[in-house]
Design a protein around this ligand. Structure first.
Ligand SMILES: [Zn+2]
Ligand SMILES: [Zn+2]
Length: 221
């Protein structure tokens, strides 16, 4: 993470916080992890030399995480901490000028979220495997495409299989709905109504937390 110079303790995320109607558990885990980290950084980074060094080294946060940081700072009563941190980051980049490193460094919060996600999904799988939160799972939103993949990558267990089935069920529904739409085009049907299959595909690929979607490419590293 922000973690080359100091490790951050990982705060466990309760299973019930990840199982919500209309939302992907992996997207919620990423958002919760990013918000917890940003909330502490927005407050303490201003006076923490190590955190300031790391923020300069990564050229600040990515757009999605800066947006979340601004939202947190605004809710906390002021954006001045963002101003203090970023005046410093941008002045440093200006000074560097010709020696500006390329490619753009990876955002420290993105790195942290990638590290935390498997732990959060494993904790959730273990809870499900113990028979906990099954009602919440049944009424929770589907996993998005990215996080269906994340769950598939976890060590096999009863709880992981329950979670994976939840993602694959959505995938199958969308595939069937897209195929139905495609077939109606092929057969010169007069019914060219999409019935939402392409929108549902977009939601499945985008995930339920749009602010994390810009970082998808990095997760596939
Ligand atoms: Zn997701
Ligand atoms: Zn980021």
């Amino acid at each position: 993470m922000f973690g080359r110079t100091r490790a951050r303790p990982r705060t466990p995320i309760a299973a019930r916080r990840l199982l919500k109607p209309g939302a992907c558990a992996g997207c919620l885990a990423e958002a919760a992890a990013a918000d917890a980290l940003l909330a502490s950084l927005v407050g303490e980074a201003v006076t923490d030399p190590d955190a300031r060094d790391e923020l300069r080294a990564t050229h600040g946060w990515c757009a999605a995480h800066l947006e979340r940081a601004v939202r947190i700072a605004t809710a906390d009563g002021g954006r001045s901490s963002i101003a203090i941190l970023y005046a410093d980051v941008l002045r440093t980049l200006d000074d560097r000028g010709p020696t500006w490193p390329s490619p753009h460094p990876v955002c420290g919060v993105c790195t942290y979220v990638v590290d935390v996600l498997p732990h959060a999904l494993t904790d959730l799988s273990l809870a499900l495997g113990r028979g906990e939160n099954l009602d919440e799972l049944a009424s929770s939103g589907a996993l998005c495409l990215t996080h269906t993949g994340s769950v598939a990558g976890l060590p096999k267990s009863g709880g992981r299989d329950l979670l994976l089935a939840h993602g694959l069920a959505e995938l199958r529904v969308i595939a069937a709905s897209l195929q139905d739409f495609a077939d109606r085009q092929d057969h010169r049907s007069t019914d060219r109504t999409d019935h939402g299959s392409v929108d549902r595909l977009l939601a499945f690929v985008r995930g339920s937390e749009p602010t994390t979607a810009t970082n998808r490419a990095r997760r596939s590293r």
